[in-house]
Design a protein around this ligand. Structure first.
Ligand code: AMP
Ligand code: GLY
Length: 420
């Protein structure tokens, strides 16, 4: 089979790394990919916001199956578009993608099927906001309804601050939506839970813990993720049972009942407090960098699992995992998530790792004249499996310490909770 992975981050590099191991694969492509994916597959220089360009490139390269990495093309209906043209595609369709594309849609589903999540209010006007805020206690969580590249949530310590934020969203701060919801603040620890589902059957596809903040000790600005490890130690058998019974099953059956059967990766962002999970949000794709640690730990043929998902045959599979934990540490350009310099030459970058337990995935990198340059906020993901998280962290740091570019920045404490 000829397969194309769509996207250009560390997530997509790790999906390519995993698919490359499949016995069902003939040729592998990445659209548009990065310097790292170009080492293991053929990059196709396509603007992935242009679905017609994607389709032409798929036809030209006789690609049979497209795997979609990021959320934006999914929310914009890439699956519906390619399916209409008889191309196999892995991911939820436009209707089902609303689980991430609209927080109001997701909250309505929670209410309808009694899925535990924070109490919320959809706000229709400034006057309405003022009335609702009177009833609430601080901190108050203000969210934009639509996609906001990780910037759509603010935790406000005063009602005045919440109102300012609400007004700016109502006035169009985010282009994806000017609808806003406010939520009660949930206490606890966050964890991510992933399932693969064909719309009826589902398989647990790993747990992970990410570090969203830029600074050590989880301080500073929020980022897309500065590192992750798997498995999550917060999710024991007892908590997992609750996640499945109270959150995952009602979601999958609920989506079918409302006419939006969900196919693909479903990523539940959870808050766990005293052993009780609540849903914070759904994502309709793998997390980045959580995907990197899951792809390393998965022992099965992922392409086979994807085909079974598309063909509604997931019940025939069991998914097996490395006994050992995996960590990924993100090296970013200094300044990220705010302003940073691009196009710094990266030296001493190892490639061609023979050991499948040690990989340097690329995110924002670009190759020019056989040299590799930084090309984004998050640049590299040093990803290692070892018998303990502590050993994995040590090895992942050693790999990054040896790589040089002018504004390299990474946290040295990824996995600290698990190590403690
Ligand atoms: P979201 O985009 O909904 O995942 O929110 C981004 C981050 O905001 C989450 O990962 C949490 O850290 C935080 N967050 C969102 N909603 C809540 C909530 N109701 N209570 C506490 N923290 C929240
Ligand atoms: N690492 C968080 C995300 O991909 O949404």
């Amino acid at each position: 089979m000829n397969v194309c992975v769509i996207g250009s981050g560390g997530r997509e590099h790790s999906i390519c790394f995993k698919i490359k191991q499949s016995k069902k694969l003939n040729n592998l492509f990445c659209m548009p990919g990065n310097a790292g994916t170009s080492e293991i597959c053929k990059n196709l220089n396509v603007d992935i916001s242009n679905f017609n360009q994607i389709y032409s490139s798929i036809k030209k390269n006789s690609i049979d199956l497209a795997i979609i990495g990021p959320e934006i093309p999914l929310v914009n209906g890439i699956v519906d578009f390619l399916e209409k043209k008889k191309i196999k595609v892995f991911g939820p369709n436009k209707k089902a993608a609303q689980l991430e594309g609209s927080k109001i849609f997701m909250k309505n589903l929670c209410n309808k099927f009694n899925i535990p999540s924070a109490q919320h209010f959809s706000i229709s006007s400034v006057e309405h906001a003022k009335t609702v805020l009177k009833k609430m206690e601080t901190p108050i969580v203000v969210k934009s309804d639509g996609l906001a590249a990780g910037k759509g949530v603010t935790i406000c310590n005063s009602k005045e601050a919440a109102l300012i934020d609400i007004i700016s969203i109502l006035n169009g701060k985010f282009t994806s939506s000017n609808q806003v919801i406010i939520e009660e603040f949930l206490e606890g620890e966050e964890a991510s839970y992933f399932v693969l589902t064909d719309g009826r059957n589902f398989k647990q596809i790993g747990t992970a813990q990410d570090h969203k903040r830029i600074g050590e000790n989880d301080t500073g600005l929020n980022t897309g993720g500065m590192g992750a490890y798997s498995p999550s130690l917060l999710i024991n058998k007892n908590v997992e049972k609750k996640i499945i019974e109270k959150i995952i099953i009602p979601t999958i059956t609920g989506m079918e009942k409302i006419g939006c059967p969900y196919k693909g990766i479903l990523y539940a962002g959870l808050m766990i407090n005293k052993g009780e999970p609540k849903l914070i949000e759904y994502n309709i794709r793998f997390g980045d960098p959580e995907c990197q640690v899951l792809m390393m730990r998965m022992k099965d043929d992922f392409l086979e699992l994807i085909e079974s998902t598309i063909n509604n045959k997931l019940d025939n599979h069991d998914i097996n995992w490395s006994q050992h934990p995996c960590i990924t540490i993100v090296a970013a350009s200094e300044g990220y998530p705010e302003k940073y310099e691009n196009l710094q030459e990266i030296e001493n970058l190892p490639n061609n790792f023979k050991d499948k337990n040690v990989q340097m995935f690329h995110a924002g990198t670009i190759k020019k004249n056989k040299k590799i340059f930084s090309n984004g906020g998050r640049v590299l993901n040093s990803t290692v499996i070892q018998p303990t998280i502590k050993l994995a962290q040590k090895k992942a740091l050693e790999l990054l310490d040896d790589v040089n570019w002018k504004n390299k920045y990474y946290r040295r404490d990824i996995g600290w909770r698990a190590i403690k």
